[in-house]
Design a protein around this ligand. Sequence first.
Ligand code: FE2
Ligand code: FE2
Length: 189
Amino acid sequence: MKHKAAITLVKDKLPEKRYKHSKRVAETAIEMARIYGGDANKCFLAGILHDFSKYDELGEMYQYVTNYKLDPELLSFKAEVLHGPVAAVKMREEHGILDEEIYQAIMNHTTGRSHMSLNEKIIYVADYIEPKRSQPGVDQIRDIVFEEKNLDLAIYEITKANVLHLVSKDRAVYHRTVECLNYYNMVKE
Ligand SMILES: [Fe+2]
Ligand SMILES: [Fe+2]
């Protein structure tokens, strides 16, 4: 898919605010691709498309999980987790984006996982640190990404913050997120 077509797709579907966030994620991802040797084209496409299903209806999301035989455990979660996997499937099945790395980057941006590819890591992190994000601790993560240049440590810190937040609210943590936390705890330096 050409960049212009991807932009139009997202612009027509998402509210302005979410479209602008998607653009910032794509731009941040390209900047990170330059630093880490990622693929700028894949980063742009995955970045602009990652939240495509953010506001899809929950019932429709469950249909996609079932119809495309995604992890059945996803059925215990809501849009917050599901919008990644559903967007990935829609891009592959309905919009002809067949690249495996883009698929995985969109799929796993909501949960993380162990053994992510470089461009997949970039999207996961860019979504968390794009310039308008202001959650506590985000500046430390930006330093880790742009000064220390330690992507695995950034993934660990982001996942840790997510897990701590979920646990503090007595929410369930998806198993791939736990695997992400443990894996990047092990490999970070
Ligand atoms: Fe998202
Ligand atoms: Fe996002």
